[in-house]
Design a protein around this ligand. Structure first.
Ligand code: PLP
Length: 365
């Protein structure tokens, strides 16, 4: 039997091959490969889609976090607060930016940052709070902003998994001081390689981001501030992303429909995190089970691929040694033992979705 894959990126290429080829051929023929018209056009299209004033494309989502953190960090502050269950990207970016990191726990139902715990743990050393819209679910940005503002901190949305989420307050990515995006190929809006972006409606933050992503330049060859680096999206990827952006809402709806099938199929003792409305992008189909390994073995015996997002919370990563030994994040630590991801992507076939659903339904905990 064929495996049901976690992802198959070739399927989206096959159906859009001609349009992708013609966009890329245009770039090849133009001889303009960086900082050209494709990147400018994509930045404008994304800004308009998000309803923000500025989008600055960069090399990837981790660079976007690092640059945005530097741009947002208030003078005299040195600490970033984030969730510890979001794959470690915020922590890696904050450390690269030279900042300390501290954590708050997540909400047991949403798996996103628990704003009440942020309010309880935040100190006035914290200059930026990263709120990650995990698995595609829109986190409670307004409550996080309120907690952050109590100590004068800024808020950065990590939208690597949530581009396209639409809340009652606007698009995910337009709800705080700035937002970052990844166009890694498996993301909801994926490039054919690496890519990322920073969005903001603040002219000052945008100006700082523009400096920081190109050597600290204020104008060509004039370095106005330290901490600059080189991180740029290329013209080929921008052409691909411009072609794909108009399809994003349909693709996200297809992902949500797959997850709804799994919600209906889930047996007692297995909870599928729902993705029921347009605020959720359906990035990952995550289930919770008491015996995650038994469920994983059961799914793999039915030739269904699975993955774990994410097995090691940031504060327990070996790289950080005993630095966070004293820190307890009970919900984060419990969920890391319970979560399992099932296949979800827009081109997943109906027979594959049914096979995943049937395998899930036949699991007895
Ligand atoms: C939540 C989150 N933040 C940041 C990133 C980093 O993006 P990139 O791989 O483009 O550096 C990712 C994905 O990889 C992610 O899932």
């Amino acid at each position: 039997m064929d495996w049901v894959p976690m992802n198959d990126l070739s399927r989206a290429v096959v159906t859009h091959r001609d349009a992708l080829m013609s966009g890329m051929t245009k770039v090849l023929d133009s001889g303009w490969f960086l900082l050209g018209p494709q990147t400018a056009a994509f930045a404008e299209e994304l800004a308009s889609y998000l309803d923000v004033s500025h989008v600055v494309p960069v090399g990837n989502g981790t660079d976007a976090l690092e640059i945005a953190l530097k741009a947002l960090m208030p003078e005299g502050r040195t600490t970033v607060l984030c969730a510890a269950n979001a794959g470690g990207y915020g922590t890696v970016a904050a450390r690269r930016a030279g900042f300390d990191v501290t954590y708050a726990d997540v909400d047991a139902a949403t798996h996103c940052l628990d704003a009440a715990d942020v309010a309880a743990r935040i100190t006035d050393a914290v200059g930026v709070v990263i709120v990650t819209h995990l698995y595609g679910r829109a986190a409670d940005v307004a409550a996080t902003v309120e907690a952050a503002r109590s100590v004068g901190a800024m808020v950065l949305e990590d939208c690597a998994q949530s581009l396209g989420g639409l809340t009652g307050d606007g698009r995910v990515g337009s709800l705080a001081d700035a937002a970052t995006f990844s166009f890694y190929p498996t993301k909801n809006l994926g490039a054919l390689g690496d890519g990322g972006a920073i969005a903001t409606s603040s002219d000052d933050v945008a100006a700082a981001v523009r400096r920081l992503h190109q050597y600290g330049w204020e104008s060509k060859y004039r370095i106005a501030g330290e901490g600059g680096r080189n991180s740029r999206l290329d013209e080929l990827q921008a052409a691909v992303l411009s072609h794909r952006l108009p399809h994003l809402d349909d693709w996200n709806a297809a992902r949500r429909a797959v997850i709804s099938t799994y919600v209906e199929a889930a047996p007692d003792g297995v909870r599928v995190l729902p993705a029921s409305d347009a605020s959720h992008t359906g990035h990952l189909a995550v289930v919770e089970a008491d015996d995650r390994e038994a469920l994983r073995a059961h799914m793999e015996a039915a030739y269904v691929r699975t993955d774990v997002h994410y097995p090691i919370p940031d504060h327990r990563q070996p790289a950080y040694g005993s630095r966070f030994e004293e820190l307890s994040l009970p919900v984060t630590e419990r969920l890391a033992q319970r979560v399992l991801s099932l296949p979800v992507f827009p081109e997943l076939r109906q027979d594959e979705i049914s096979r995943v659903g049937a395998a899930l339904a036949s699991f007895h905990s």
